[in-house]
Design a protein around this ligand. Structure first.
Ligand code: F6R
Length: 260
């Protein structure tokens, strides 16, 4: 696991966007795994900026999103379809036919999920999977005790996640209890995992992910087992790590050819 500590949230997002853009320049038909939530918003803003400056072109890229709420149509303002349109797809040139987001309205969820897995395989697998971390260690919506080899499926959100996500819903309107999410096994097959976290509120979760034991009770800890996991943090999110000095030393001494 490569842990990169940046001074600010903005610096973290600029670096993450640079990594994704340089990957797409090297492989114009790259397959990107995308995430939603608060964390990726400034990352998408930076990626859109690079696109508008013609530093990256998404016309041959394929995308797969991690998750979607069950019961929300793509038009629902709190759906992840709507989030992705607003924050990324309406602003760049990913072809509509190359965009994949789990269908929260699927009538046969199991068949939909196996089909989603098949589409990822047919696309050649995910090159870079963007991730955020939940306070309980979830990645995608793989809540604690999710099988470490799970595939795309329906999951029930924990009370903690429901409460955390209620901020996106109008007061009184309920947060759906179920989601379709890529599994941990699906995420682990991505060639690179790119985790972003910032703010002191994420510091405890980041420390458990990076330095805690590998356990299904804290799903993000599985990234310790991934051959190419990059974790980009601002200083506040790195605040509870014990190996900070080592991580900074490694990053400072990285050979120039390894930098994006
Ligand atoms: C979103 C997702 C979740 C979020 C996590 C952190 O697609 O899969 O795992 O990354 O809940 O959310 P934020 O960024 O809102 O703190």
């Amino acid at each position: 696991m490569e842990v990169i500590i940046q001074e600010s949230e903005q610096d973290s997002c600029v670096l993450a966007a640079r990594i994704v853009a340089s990957h797409v320049r090297a492989k114009p038909d790259a397959v990107l795994g995308l995430a939603t939530g608060t964390t990726p918003i400034p990352f998408y803003q930076e990626l859109v900026r690079l696109y508008l400056e013609k530093q990256v072109d998404f016309s041959r890229v394929t995308t797969f999103n991690l998750d979607e709420y069950v019961g929300l149509s793509p038009e629902h303002p709190q759906s992840y379809h709507a989030y992705m349109r607003k924050n990324f797809f309406d602003l760049v040139n990913v072809p509509e036919k190359n965009i994949h987001i789990p269908d929260g309205m699927a009538s046969d969820v199991e068949t939909f999920c196996s089909e989603y897995e098949r589409e990822i395989t047919d696309a050649g697998g995910i090159d870079i999977q963007l991730l955020g971390i939940g306070h309980d260690g979830h990645i995608g919506f793989n809540e604690p005790t999710s099988s470490l080899s799970s595939r795309t499926r329906i999951k029930t959100l924990t009370r903690q996640t429901l409460e955390a996500n209620a901020r996106f819903f109008e007061s009184g309107s309920p947060v759906p209890h179920h989601v379709i999410t890529m599994g941990i096994g699906t995420i682990m097959e991505s060639r690179t995992c790119l985790m972003l976290a910032y703010g002191a509120g994420k510091a405890a979760a980041v420390a458990r992910m990076v330095e805690g034991p590998l356990t299904a009770a804290f799903p993000a800890s599985i990234l310790q087992y991934h051959a190419r996991a990059k974790v980009i943090l601002d200083r506040a999110a790195a605040g509870q790590l014990t190996l900070t000095e080592y991580f900074e030393w490694v990053y400072r001494n990285k050979p120039s050819w390894q930098r994006p």
